[in-house]
Design a protein around this ligand. Structure first.
Ligand code: HEM
Length: 468
């Protein structure tokens, strides 16, 4: 009989203490803790306040756009970005069979990316002026340095001839390339914004940037992890060739959209360009559908999860169900805009963005963390029958995604500002889910540290008399 999947609790092999400091379990805690801080303190808080400011008429006026742009970057780079990078550092040695390359750069990328997001969050609502411009450009430069450091670590580890990363390596390397690309586009856009003396990046110019962040980096990484972990859990053969092809097709679709969007953003308006942009947007539909098939989440051949982990799989199933919704929406809106040679409407882009941001990325982050992080593995041994936190988070995130995406989809029929109510309520539900998850992670981390300390103490006591 197949054994249940065992989640490894420690890093790769035995290392000397100096090596251990740099290589053994790279600083994923720092990344995850700061990711959750960005989500809870800034990203989801602004997700509640921004819609409330409209329905309750707080008169934010021209501050609304800078604050929602700050929300977008806090979520994509601060929350999801830091989480993904921390997980990439932790997972790469395990599936490539190679130690992390340039581990000092992995450490350095954490303060650089965190500071880049913090500076952006200070600069964006600060209005116009020399300080704001300096902060904005410094944030862009730090973001570029952080992305370069991350990409060097990923490529150094995975492009080595001894790497056994396979298709997952394709996804991760491409995600790292797109992470550098988004940092480059962002830097160019913040410099342009500072030169103009504006306090926001013009939305038409930001379209390409956000597309690269959400689909080139975030979705690419999610497929990379899922195409490795889910077949193992579901007793399916690993889909190497299909997954590699999918990574390349997704990369081509994202790149096409980004080039067309940046071209349109530079002021060129042509029907052909709008059609190319809309077709690349529509292409996400079949790609997401193929991705769901390739990872095999809805066609398991076996159930290899330990009994105590069974319920976490519902978070992963839910994330992939939302991916199907995202695929359906992007195909529908993209084909419609392409047929008319028109812009994809803002509400449509917003709907797909939030289906992926809340339904797919946030749910997947929580689900995967609960399945593979040692903190939660230790928690399962302490509380083997505990189900309520996972099911509560699942219910909160699903309702949040439905409310947020529903409000965007209903925009053409629901023009009154009342449609911001479901968005605000969705924000509150998602904030609740992330607070609960963050509390569980911190408690489990403290418990794990206490367990490790007491094991080390017992080992030291046992060795002491023998040495003497
Ligand atoms: C329930 C939770 C959320 C709510 C209520 C919410 C709300 C909003 C609102 C009101 C806007 C402005 C839309 C407009 O211009 O009319 C926005 C923009 C945006 N949101 Fe969210 N959001 C949520 C979660 C997320 C998540 C989890 C992500 C990404 C992981 C995300 C990424 C973005 C992005 C990228 C933008 C565009 C910002 C820009 O224009 O530069 N949001 N969100």
């Amino acid at each position: 009989m197949a054994q249940p999947v065992q989640i490894p609790l420690s890093g790769t092999g035995e290392l000397s203490s100096a090596e251990a400091f740099w290589r053994h379990d790279p600083p994923y805690h720092l990344f995850i803790l700061s990711s959750l801080a960005f989500a809870v303190v800034v990203g989801f808080t602004l997700a509640i306040l921004a819609p409330l400011s409209i329905v309750l008429e707080w008169g934010w006026g021209r501050h609304f756009l800078p604050l929602t742009q700050a929300h977008g970057q806090a979520q994509t780079l601060g929350f999801v970005g830091l989480f993904i990078i921390g997980m990439v550092y932790r997972l790469m040695p395990r599936f490539s069979g190679r130690p992390l390359s340039l581990p000092a750069l992995a450490w350095a990328s954490w303060p650089m990316l965190s500071m880049a997001v913090v500076l952006r969050l200070i600069a964006q609502p600060a209005g116009e002026g020399l300080w704001q411009r300096t902060l904005l450009v410094s944030s862009g430069c730090l973001g570029m340095l952080a992305a370069s450091a991350f990409a060097l670590v990923v490529m150094g580890t995975l492009l080595h001839r001894n790497s056994r990363a396979g298709a997952t390596g394709y996804f991760f390397v491409l995600a790292a390339v797109f992470f550098v690309l988004q940092a480059g586009i962002n830097l160019a856009l913040v410099v342009l914004t500072a030169q103009r003396g504006d306090d926001v990046i013009r939305p038409i110019e930001a379209a390409g940037l956000l597309h690269v962040q959400l689909y080139g980096f975030i979705a690419m990484f999610i497929f990379g992890v899922a195409s490795r972990a889910i077949p193992t859990i579901s007793g399916l053969p690993r889909p190497e060739i299909q997954a590699k092809a999918m990574a390349l097709v997704l990369a081509a679709a994202v790149l096409t959209f980004a080039i067309a969007a940046l071209w349109i953003g530079s002021g060129t308006r042509s029907e052909a360009l709008l059609r190319i942009e809309a077709t690349a947007f529509a292409a996400l539909g079949p790609i997401f559908l193929a991705g769901v098939w390739v990872v095999g989440i809805f066609r398991p051949a076996a159930n290899r999860l330990a009994r105590t982990s069974q319920h976490h799989i519902w978070l992963i199933r839910s994330a992939f169900a939302w991916l199907l919704v995202a695929g359906g929406l992007s195909a529908y809106y993209g084909v419609r805009a392409s047929a008319g040679g028109e812009f994809i409407p803002a509400y449509a882009v917003d709907a797909v963005r939030h289906t992926v941001g809340i339904g797919v990325a946030s749910t997947m982050i929580v689900g995967m963390a609960m399945l593979i992080l040692p903190e939660f593995a230790i928690r399962r041994t302490r509380y083997p029958t505990e189900r309520w936190p996972t099911l509560t988070i699942l219910a909160l995130l699903s309702a949040a995604a439905a409310l947020r995406v529903g409000a965007a989809v209903a925009t053409p029929q629901w023009l009154s500002t009342d449609r911001y109510w479901p968005m605000a309520i969705g924000g509150m539900l998602a904030e609740g889910a992330l607070l609960l998850f963050a509390a569980l992670f911190v408690i489990s981390l403290l418990q794990k540290n206490a367990t490790v300390a007491s094991i080390s103490l017992r080992a030291a006591r046992a060795q002491g008399p023998r040495r003497a």
